[in-house]
Design a protein. Structure first.
Length: 479
């Protein structure tokens, strides 16, 4: 038997008709495994962020059950072998920890899910579960779609979301949900305006959605205040903190109900996998769905809708992300410091019209960013320190053509629609990530044609600044 528990809390879904003595023995063994995992979880919750990121749920007992491997093994097998028919029956009735088939669960994915749940609830009393998915977009889909279930008494569903969200999310909401399924999308244009959020939410709202900070605009919003608005209307707040990562922001601690991540970005910063995750607290509000959805949303999603939609993450990709997560805090610290240096340099550059970075006092949401974005566990001496993540954007003087010229002049910073990478990358959102939503959609999301999005990685800031400076001087109008 493996040491893994891939279907925690599954008893609510289990069928208990006719438990044979053979099955009962397996169920008892499963209970023992659950207790051992719960004890390990409690032990890890007392450790610091870096320690959790390095070890997660995989301890010495787990290693000894895996030939002593210090590193979590990658289970590429699509299916689990069962000792006998009693074992098989107990496992498939969700009566004991098991993984059965990799579309549903897998030991490698389980270790990643447990690490994520621990990191997102770090230093809080919040209980959470996680479900990893094949991409950030499938995480956004799996975190939102269950709230859109048909309901006779709620015939005209709407959703309330920040207009400045990620381009893929904008397309999911505005095309797939609004155009194809008739769900009204109520965009919040100014995420700092609480009255605007409040005016959009009503008795037909299914969920409220925000990004913090946004990609590419690095806009921020007041998570505790918007969570209160959502909760007073009986609906969940879903937050995408992909840009911040749990090293800087843990929205569940601020009142959010569900967190979605693209782990293709900074969490998997080496750039070796596309991956996503949703992490949810216990007992969330929802107007629709069964009790299990409210009690433990991530587990409910994993056992039912996720199983049926099928956006399973490859165990190999999960392993790549798990390996990167171990160094999350120190990487985010380094990249954030580099981004701050780049932001200050660009703010003073004659070829730059404007710089948008939450760490600059000129950013309209700087006060909220300073209140909510902290490097977990502080600086090297343990003192609290703000960090504002790796992403910034700047508008090049001279319009769209000057921005293209500046982008084309880069020789070290890669031209790619990518971010959160150990290698710095730059793109022009209007011709890449936000091309498909058209001029009107870009206007709604506040994305001008001369904007360059810059994601700072692990290079020395001096070399990055030299590259930016040379590219921008080449782009100055009239030269
Ligand atoms: C990239 C990104 C996504 C989508 O993630 P994929 O892994 O590319 O599917 C969602 N939200 C944000 C903020 C992102 O940057």
């Amino acid at each position: 038997m493996t040491d893994t528990t891939s279907t925690p809390g599954a008893s609510a879904h289990g069928e208990t008709g006719g438990v044979s003595p053979g099955m009962a023995a397996w169920i008892a063994a499963g209970e023992e495994q659950r207790r051992a995992e719960a004890a390990r979880r409690a032990e890890m919750r007392r450790m610091r962020f870096d320690t959790i990121a390095v070890h997660g749920l995989y301890g010495m007992e787990a290693a000894l059950a895996n030939q002593g491997s210090i590193i979590e093994p990658v289970f590429l097998s699509p299916a689990q072998h069962f000792a006998d028919s009693d074992h098989m029956e107990a496992a498939l009735a969700y009566l004991m920890p098991s993984w059965t088939y990799s579309r549903i669960a897998n030991p490698t994915l389980h270790y990643l899910e447990e690490t994520l749940a621990l990191l997102e609830t770090y230093d809080t009393e919040v209980e959470a579960s996680a479900c990893v998915t094949s991409s950030g977009m499938s995480a956004v889909f799996m975190a939102t779609n269950p709230f859109l279930a048909a309901d006779e008494s709620l015939r005209t569903p709407n959703i309330v979301a920040m207009a400045k969200c990620y381009g893929g999310t904008f397309m999911l909401f505005s095309r797939r949900y609004a155009v194809e399924r008739g769900i009204e999308v109520r965009w919040v244009r100014d995420p700092l305006d609480l009255d605007e959020w409040a005016s959009r939410i009503d008795g037909q709202t299914r969920f409220v959605y925000g990004e913090m900070p946004t990609n590419p605009g690095v806009a921020v919003f007041d998570i505790p205040a918007v969570a209160e608005l959502a909760h007073s209307n009986g609906v969940p707040l879903i937050v995408d903190p992909t840009v911040a990562t749990p090293a800087l922001l843990r929205p569940l601690a601020l009142g959010a109900d569900v967190v979605v991540h693209s782990m293709s970005k900074a969490m998997g910063g080496s750039g070796l996998a596309i991956a996503g995750a949703l992490i949810a607290r216990r007992e969330i509000p929802s107007r629709v769905g069964p009790d299990e959805l409210r009690e433990d949303f991530a587990t409910h999603v994993k056992l039912l809708p996720f199983r049926d939609h099928g956006p399973a993450l490859s165990p190999f990709s999960a392993f790549m992300v798990l390996s990167d997560l171990r160094t999350l805090r120190s990487r985010i610290d380094q990249w954030s410091k580099g981004a701050e240096i780049a932001a200050r340099f660009l703010s003073e550059h004659p070829a730059v019209e404007a710089v948008t970075y939450p760490g600059l006092p000129s950013h309209p949401g700087h006060d909220i960013a300073r209140r909510d974005l902290w490097l977990v566990d502080g600086d090297d001496a343990g003192r609290p320190v703000n960090r504002y993540a790796h992403l910034l954007s700047f508008d090049v003087r001279g319009g769209a053509s000057a921005a293209r010229k500046a982008l084309d002049g880069l020789r070290l910073i890669w031209r790619a629609t990518d971010l959160g990478r150990i290698k710095s990358v730059a793109t022009i959102p209007a011709i890449s990530t936000h091309q498909q939503q058209g001029a009107e959609g870009r206007e709604l999301a506040g994305i001008p044609a001369n904007r360059i999005r810059l994601s700072i990685g692990g290079e020395h800031p001096d070399d990055l600044i030299a590259d930016l400076d040379r590219a921008l001087r080449g782009a100055e109008p009239g030269r």
